[in-house]
Design a binder for this molecule. Structure first.
Ligand SMILES: Cc1ncc(COP(=O)(O)O)c(C=O)c1O
Length: 318
């Protein structure tokens, strides 16, 4: 592209306000933020939680790093942390955006901490703590991630191209969730094994046009409402005063049929993370968290009537 064209047909309408994480490094995916951090710091070994997404292993295997799993308790905090050597790091996940305060305390004691805020888009990065975010878990974008770091790789990266991976977003918009699902999966597949790239113009522009204040308000309201209605059934304990723009409402109930019933009623709830059910034992905390936590949608598309519909299905099963 040379100079900017003037006139002619229009591009997609969008508004450019400001990004929530303006000033951070814009990359193409959360896992590639992790690769960036690992490379920039020349880490040799990483400690990461068993209760995590398999995508996090991608950069670790690619860079051929040593890794060791650690266990967490049912309140989603590491059980025992080993003292780190200089070239070792510790990855912690801000699960469901509920562990911000814990991670802030941990950061005062731990060295070489990496904070995965993929589930906590609105948690601000702590000073001097490598932190990353993944945008598509919170917004209708095909890719994109933000990285907060003080160490930069002296390398130029290509810019991601996203326009040809927007079909699932547009199909869901016009035709509903079922219509775009196979394209959504295809896009998820595309994001595996990608090199680090800068965030695409398309994703940047969409992320710059969101009214973040209203998104946070809506998510908080939905979350508080679900908590009010469901906390007596929820076996996961947390303080709802800590939440700010949460990703989902995590409901822990040991009832196998609930997830299927919700999905049957077109209330789509994921499993975090299916790899854990395959790789760990049924009596492990992580297995149980994976199996029994149902992340209920609370995002900006929905309001209290939708939350009521979710509660009605849950009450019909429990
Ligand atoms: C907790 C967590 N961290 C990191 C990632 C990776 O983010 P991305 O898919 O943007 O690479 C995911 C899921 O994909 C995740 O659930």
């Amino acid at each position: 592209m040379g100079q900017r064209s003037i006139g002619g047909y229009f591009e997609l309408e969008s508004r450019f306000e400001s990004e929530y994480h303006a000033g951070l490094v814009r990359l193409n995916s959360g896992r590639n933020c992790l690769e960036y951090i690992l490379r920039a710091n020349h880490y040799r070994k990483i400690y990461l939680p068993v209760y995590s997404c398999s995508a996090l292993l991608e950069p670790i295997l690619k860079l051929n790093l040593e890794f060791e799993w650690y266990a967490i308790s049912s309140d989603l905090e590491p059980i025992q942390l080993k003292p780190l050597k200089e070239d070792e790091c510790l990855l912690v996940i801000n699960y469901f955006g509920l562990k911000g305060r814990y991670i802030a305390e941990l950061s005062k004691m731990a060295i070489n901490l990496i904070v995965d805020n993929s589930q906590a888009f609105f948690e601000l990065p702590l000073p001097k703590v490598d932190t990353f975010y993944s945008a598509r878990k919170f917004f209708g974008v095909p890719d994109g991630a933000y990285l907060s770091t003080n160490l930069f790789l002296e390398e130029e990266f290509e810019k991601e191209v996203s326009w040809n991976r927007t079909e699932h977003l547009l199909r869901r918009f016009e035709n509903g969730a079922m219509d775009g699902y196979s394209r959504f999966l295809k896009n998820e597949e595309y994001l595996c094994g990608l090199p680090i790239k800068y965030m695409s113009n398309f994703t940047t522009r969409i992320l710059a046009g969101i009214n973040y204040k209203s998104v946070v308000t809506r998510r908080n309201q939905n979350f508080q409402y679900l908590n009010l209605k469901l906390k007596h059934k929820n076996n996961l304990s947390f303080s709802d005063t800590e939440i700010d723009g949460p990703m989902t409402y995590p409901l822990y109930v040991e009832k196998d049929s609930l997830r299927e019933e919700l999905i049957k009623q077109e209330i789509f709830v994921p499993t975090y993370w299916p790899n854990i059910l395959e790789n760990s034992k049924a009596d492990q905390v992580e297995y149980q968290l994976s199996k029994y936590i149902i992340p209920l949608p609370v995002d900006q598309r929905y309001g209290l009537l939708d939350m009521d519909r979710i509660c009605n299905v849950i009450n019909s099963v429990l």
